[in-house]
Ligand binder design. Structure first.
Ligand SMILES: Cc1cc2nc3c(=O)[nH]c(=O)nc-3n(C[C@H](O)[C@H](O)[C@H](O)COP(=O)(O)O)c2cc1C
Length: 258
């Protein structure tokens, strides 16, 4: 993503304003030379990579961090349940608190956390009860979702969401797993989203989640951590994964088209 990282400031501004002249000015890479290509998310899917070494001197600008936070908040989830909670660490002290969770079993992940610009902890709800369902409903009402017919739409939404929650609680007995899946969906969107913002990232399950939960009191808040995503800018020289080709199974192994 380094190529995009170098041009992302100009490129992002240009999506909002005017695309013309960017290729001529050498701001965009040749395969991103027009607006359609710039908005083609497959470019970012193919060009992002998991960073193995960050440049500790490069920090993500504050305005971009606001967009990073928007990505966390605007992810879709089944029935709009939003069963997640995040910790965003930007200070050295904050990142060190996250990094402690790597020391015993996953020391190879420590540097990706402490040398990153920012680190996000993704946590999932431990329970879903009527109080939380009402909280989501109240927000939807506040955001104008039910304006056309408040009583009917509010009741319909609550009924539908409760049906799914009860299905996972009582029939499938996988409500925790179901909520975890929503958080992973958020992580997927997040990885692609930050790439499109010109930010490099490292998703990590190599953390002791229990230690993170204790460090940030997550279980007391009703959540348990699942994964961490470090954010920043790759150190081109030290980051071996920036230099080697991406590898994926071919379509013949993974896709049936009918
Ligand atoms: C859920 C998840 C957990 C991962 N955990 C780690 C990790 O603990 N440490 C690490 O360096 N990379 C981790 N990775 C990165 C994967 O190894 C990487 O995404 C995969 O090899 C594909 O490479 P790419 O991301 O460069 O395309 C993780 C990726 C995902 C999606």
């Amino acid at each position: 993503m380094t190529d995009i990282g170098n041009i992302d400031q100009q490129a992002t501004r240009s999506i909002d304003d005017d695309q013309s002249g960017l290729a001529e000015a050498g701001i965009l890479p040749s395969d991103l030379a027009d607006a359609d290509a710039l908005l083609d998310i497959t470019y970012y899917a193919k060009h992002r990579h998991t960073v193995k070494a960050y440049d500790p001197a490069r920090k993500i600008p504050a305005d971009k961090i606001e967009k990073v936070k928007d990505l966390l908040r605007y992810s879709p989830s089944s029935t709009n349940l939003q069963p997640w909670y995040f910790v965003l660490a930007a200070s050295e002290e904050g990142k060190e608190r996250v990094a402690k969770s790597t020391d015993r079993l996953y020391p190879f992940n420590r540097n990706s956390i402490v040398n990153a610009s920012h680190v996000v902890v993704f946590a999932s709800r431990l329970e879903v009860g009527e109080d939380f369902l009402q909280r989501v409903l109240e927000q939807e009402e506040k955001d104008g979702r039910f304006d056309a017919d408040p009583e009917t739409f509010r009741a319909q939404m609550h009924g539908g969401r409760s049906m799914f929650v009860n299905l996972h609680k009582q029939d499938m007995k996988d409500v925790q797993h179901w909520m975890d899946k929503q958080v992973y969906l958020n992580i997927g969107q997040f990885l692609l989203g930050v790439a499109a913002l010109g930010i490099d990232a490292t998703p990590m399950e190599g953390i002791e989640t229990k230690l993170i939960d204790e460090e940030f009191g997550l279980r007391e808040k009703g959540y348990a951590s699942l994964a961490v995503v470090a954010l920043g800018y790759s150190d081109e020289k030290a980051d071996y994964n920036a230099k080697i080709p991406k590898s994926r199974l071919p379509f013949s192994d993974i896709l049936t088209e009918v």
